[in-house]
Design a protein around this ligand. Structure first.
Ligand code: IDP
Ligand code: MG
Length: 138
């Protein structure tokens, strides 16, 4: 089990003023922050990041949304980080997310669901490298 995961505070959450609240949840849940920065993705960058979803019907909607505004990308550290972060954020659809999870408390809809979390150790490493250079990871 790896100790790194990759997170995004998505454009809906940044626009709605929840960046600080979500950052707090990250700290409270015991994650270390190895890297964090505010960015706005280009459409091409969002398409590259979500390449595994290219054939899905929501790919266009998702990449347009993810490039629609500022978001915060984060490299997080904790033992069993991938599973721990997915538990902290809750189900993809906020309507199904457990009480006290980030998506339950801050997400707008299934598409605009406040945060991203890696789904495997392998993807966590790839996703961190997609947005951060070595020198940005402390
Ligand atoms: P995850 O973010 O919980 O891992 P995935 O299935 O990997 O969920 O989907 C990636 C993202 O695509 C979701 O977080 C959400 O923003 C968006 N998404 C997933 N399913 C739908 C859908 O049916 N309609 C619109 N957007 C969706
Ligand atoms: Mg996913």
């Amino acid at each position: 089990m790896g100790n790194k995961t990759f997170a995004i505070i998505k454009p809906d959450a940044v626009k709605n003023g929840f960046t600080g609240n979500i950052y707090d949840r990250i700290i409270q849940a015991g994650f270390g922050i190895q890297g964090a920065k505010l960015i706005q993705m280009s459409l091409a960058q969002a398409e590259g990041f979500y390449d595994i979803h290219r054939s899905r019907p929501f790919f266009g909607e998702l990449t347009k949304f993810m490039s629609s505004g500022k978001c915060m990308v984060l490299a997080l550290e904790k033992e069993n980080a991938v599973n721990e972060w997915r538990t902290t954020i809750g189900s993809t659809n906020p309507a199904d997310a457990a009480e006290g999870t980030i998506r339950k408390d801050f997400a707008t809809s299934l598409g605009e669901n406040a945060v991203h979390g890696s789904d495997s150790d392998e993807n966590a490493i790839k996703e961190i490298a997609f947005f951060f250079s070595e020198s940005e990871l402390i």
